[in-house]
Ligand binder design. Structure first.
Ligand code: FAD
Ligand code: UDP
Length: 370
């Protein structure tokens, strides 16, 4: 009899399993994919780690989480500095003095730039922003909105910016300094040798069964352990009996190129509406690779269909309300812990998932001690 049967080998499942093993608990991890690691999994080709489920950059301001991951793997000093490509014009991201002075070559100082943005903001006559378009224009002016935000965002979410919530854009920093670091967090990097090293280290000494879907044989699996930790989609757990939660899908097209360096940067965003993909990832640049070949991935946003890979939760009122109803059902399930981005239907970054798994594990161990 296992103490815990853990459904899913992504970061939540792997961290939780590791913490239990450290305290002498006996765990079994089930994973329905043919590899462990969930969405941080990378496929190695010719010495290049390909981020198979989308580019992943580790960044955090939690010192405890940073110290934790560094126990398992060393991190390189990669700093995410994407470049935006608007009809072949290139701009640094996030929005900073490098971006502004390229857009407006006649401006040179933060004061001049702020004055220009203020003129655009006033001309738009927006009061309290009611949607993403108004939020973006009042934050950064119409020029930046039209060239770098509108097309990208409408592709990404499949809806006009006027119909999207303002908060989506609040993730992006706006700086009046010459600083191309995409994140404001204190710590950042990519695991040396790739994310699989982190997952392998977390799962060392723990039994993992791949290609095994818990829900296909739930009652038999339930008999194997005292407690279940479920990190899959919450609506699937309950057989979609209240309806389906919606996601935004993605499609990846990866290509091998016989050249050393294709775009000179790991992430290039294509902000024009006419280009069907949102980004091209050149994977080798995450790890400063010097291989004679390169692999690139075009990322296409897609309408999600049930049964496809669930990437981004669509946090509108309908889905939030439905999620709450599922969460109520989950609270009534005895001996089942629901955690991670799919079971909590939450846009979690990696550090938040690790923090939440650590807290959940601590609570679990604490309650068992008492
Ligand atoms: P997952 O990684 O999804 O793991 C869940 C696992 O459970 C999966 O392997 C799944 O196969 C398995 N599973 C589900 N149901 C069953 C079942 N019935 N039986 C068996 N197994 C099952 N975060 C960052 O911090 N930085 C980034 O740059 C970043 N980029 C991202 C880019 C994209 C495109 C996406 C989608 C996310 C990104 N994230 C990023 C978020 C990051 O991927 C997540 O925070 C993290 O991977 C979530 O881990 P998890 O364990 O909750 O879920
Ligand atoms: N965004 C944009 N232009 C860009 C990059 C991002 O307009 O070049 C907007 C877009 O709406 C996106 C949001 O900012 O959904 C958040 O960007 P982030 O890079 O955080 O996206 P994610 O990590 O969710 O893919």
């Amino acid at each position: 009899m296992y103490d815990h049967l853990i459904v899913g080998s992504g970061l939540f499942g792997a961290v939780f399993a590791h913490e239990m093993k450290e305290q002498g608990k006996f765990c079994l991890v089930l994973e329905r994919r043919s590899h462990a690691g969930g969405n941080v999994y990378c496929e190695e080709k010719e010495g290049i780690n390909i981020h198979r489920y989308g580019a992943h950059i580790f960044h955090t301001s939690y010192k405890d989480v940073w110290d934790y991951v560094n126990k398992f793997v060393e991190f390189n000093n990669y700093v995410n500095s994407p470049v935006a490509n608007f009809h072949e014009e290139l701009y640094n991201l996030p929005f900073n003095m490098n971006t502004f002075t390229k857009l407006w070559p006649e401006l040179h100082t933060p004061v001049e730039v702020a004055a220009r943005i203020e003129i655009e903001r006033k001309a738009a006559g927006i009061g309290e922003p009611r949607n993403l378009e108004e939020q973006a224009i009042s934050l950064i002016g119409r020029t930046v909105y039209e060239k770098l935000i509108k097309g990208y965002t409408e592709k990404q979410w499949g809806r006009p910016c006027k119909e999207l919530p303002a908060f989506i854009i609040k993730r992006l920093p706006v700086r009046y300094t010459f600083d191309n670091n995409y994140f404001n967090d204190r710590y950042q990097g990519i695991p040396v040798g790739g994310y699989n090293k982190l997952i392998d280290a977390l799962l060392e000494g723990i039994e993992v069964r791949l290609d095994t879907d818990y829900l296909k044989d739930k009652s038999n699996f339930d008999r194997l352990a005292k407690k279940i930790v479920y990190t899959g989609p919450i609506d699937e757990y309950f057989g979609y009996k209240l309806g389906r939660l919606e996601y935004r899908g993605l499609r990846f097209e990866t290509e091998r190129l016989e050249q050393e360096n294709f775009q000179g940067v790991a992430v290039m965003n294509f902000t024009a509406r006419e280009v069907p993909y949102t980004r091209i990832i050149e994977h080798k640049h995450f790890e400063f690779g010097r291989q004679p070949v390169t692999y690139i991935t075009r990322e296409y946003p897609a309408n999600w269909q049930p049964g496809e890979e669930a990437y981004y939760p669509v946090n509108n009122d309908r889905n939030q309300e439905l999620y709450k109803q599922y969460a109520d059902l989950a609270a009534g399930e005895r001996n089942v812990i629901f955690g991670g981005r799919l079971a909590e239907y939450k846009y979690y970054d990696m550090d938040d998932v690790i923090k939440s798994a650590l807290e959940r594990a601590e609570r679990e161990l604490g309650s068992q001690v008492i």
